[in-house]
Design a protein around this ligand. Structure first.
Ligand code: 1HN
Length: 371
């Protein structure tokens, strides 16, 4: 600082201490921390093995009952480094992921909140989520929306344990100080028949009652997105690789709201990608963060030079602004489901993407889960 000579060190110290005590700060020292050259964050890449998660989830089935001992029976994924910063229930700085278990005959009571939610079905059948009273039955691989503020409850009419992923924008909403939650007064929202209606009217074609229109906007008129349809589309796409192969994600589809053409949920993006055996994508990075679930297959994702080996059921965290590339190392197709905060970055004009200058990363270490 060129003018420093005009005052003594003692005077300078007094000046800075006084400023601090008056809750004022010198931008000439702190600008670099406040406006960083690139995204800076505390989100750690991490991977959870499905067996570990499932064991804890099933144990919860023995020790507590939803609707009685708990609002929901869920084991959530905790980002290790965010926990060090006191951020409980954070998968990334914006996204939450939890694994929910509902046993035959059980229910989870109706409530609503300002967080949006997506569900991805991992195991079981015969349970439904009711969204504003519409029952949407769950099958493995389906994605089901619970848009912000919709009333929702779960009930299991089947015979086997039902396990699914809950993905919510918990961190985002918390940091924006916009969280509201309210239980439904009588536990159950009135049923609005018929069941699966919003899924069916868009199943193969698109239909509305005569004279009605789907209004463009949110929430999406589709609640349930079926795995069989997603799989079919991905299989068709690989027949025209030139048009359809994405350099960074293989064959990938995004779940959309047909009235806007944008993301199915207003703030939570969702994607299913298919990697053919030996398919190895190129590395890139982007501002949005994501949480991945391996629906099928075996392979690895290299994140910032660290190799994360995955197989069916595993979950992993892709932090913001992190180099990543995927490889299918198995002999079968691999299917990766992921959800992300891209819609928020897009709406705010903050999304930015960059290709890796060399196309691929060097592997510097291999991740092993655990403390
Ligand atoms: C929620 O509403 C559900 O409805 C699950 O099943 C997990 C985590 C945080 C906030 C709300 C559900 C949740 C949640």
């Amino acid at each position: 600082m060129s003018k420093k000579e005009v005052i003594t060190d003692t005077e300078l110290k007094e000046y800075y201490d006084g400023m601090k005590n008056s809750y004022l700060g010198p931008l000439w020292y702190d600008l670099g921390h406040m406006v960083t050259k690139e995204p800076v964050h505390d989100v750690e890449p991490y991977l959870w093995k499905w067996k570990t998660i499932r064991d804890y989830v099933m144990k919860a089935g023995e020790i507590l009952e939803p609707g009685k001992d708990a609002e929901r029976r869920v084991v959530y994924l905790q980002n290790p480094n965010l926990l060090k910063h006191g951020l409980v229930g954070y998968g990334t700085h914006t996204l939450y992921a939890g694994i929910q278990l509902l046993l035959p005959g059980e229910f989870a009571p109706s409530h609503h909140h300002s967080q949006g939610a997506i569900r991805f079905i991992i195991e079981g059948s015969g349970a439904y989520t009711a969204v504003n009273g519409e029952k949407v039955y769950m099958e493995r691989g389906d994605m089901i929306l619970t848009p912000a503020w919709t009333w929702h409850e779960h009930k299991h009419e089947g015979t086997e344990p039902m396990i699914w992923l809950d993905g919510l924008d918990v961190g985002l909403v918390k940091n924006l100080a916009a969280s509201f939650f309210e239980p439904y007064e009588n536990g159950f929202y009135p049923e609005q028949p018929p069941e699966n209606y919003s899924t069916e009217k868009f199943a193969k074609g698109a239909f509305v009652p005569k004279g009605k229109k789907e209004k463009p906007g949110y929430p999406s008129p589709i609640i349930g997105y079926k795995w069989e349809r997603a799989k079919y589309v991905l299989e068709q796409m690989s027949k025209s690789p030139k048009e359809n192969e994405d350099p960074y994600d293989g064959y990938a589809i995004e779940y959309i709201n047909p009235t806007t053409g944008g993301s199915a949920d207003e703030r939570i993006g969702s994607m299913m990608q298919r990697l053919l055996p030996n398919q190895h994508t190129k590395a890139h990075r982007h501002v949005h963060s994501a949480i991945y679930h391996v629906l099928e297959g075996k392979g690895s994702t290299v994140i910032n030079g660290q190799k994360f080996e995955w197989e069916r059921g595993d979950f992993f965290i892709l932090p913001p602004w992190s180099w990543h590339e995927h490889v299918n190392e198995g002999s079968e197709d691999a299917y990766l489901f992921s959800f992300n905060d891209k819609p928020v970055m897009d709406i705010l004009g903050l999304e930015y993407e960059e290709a890796h200058p060399e196309g691929h990363q060097k592997i510097e270490k291999v991740f092993t889960p655990g403390p």
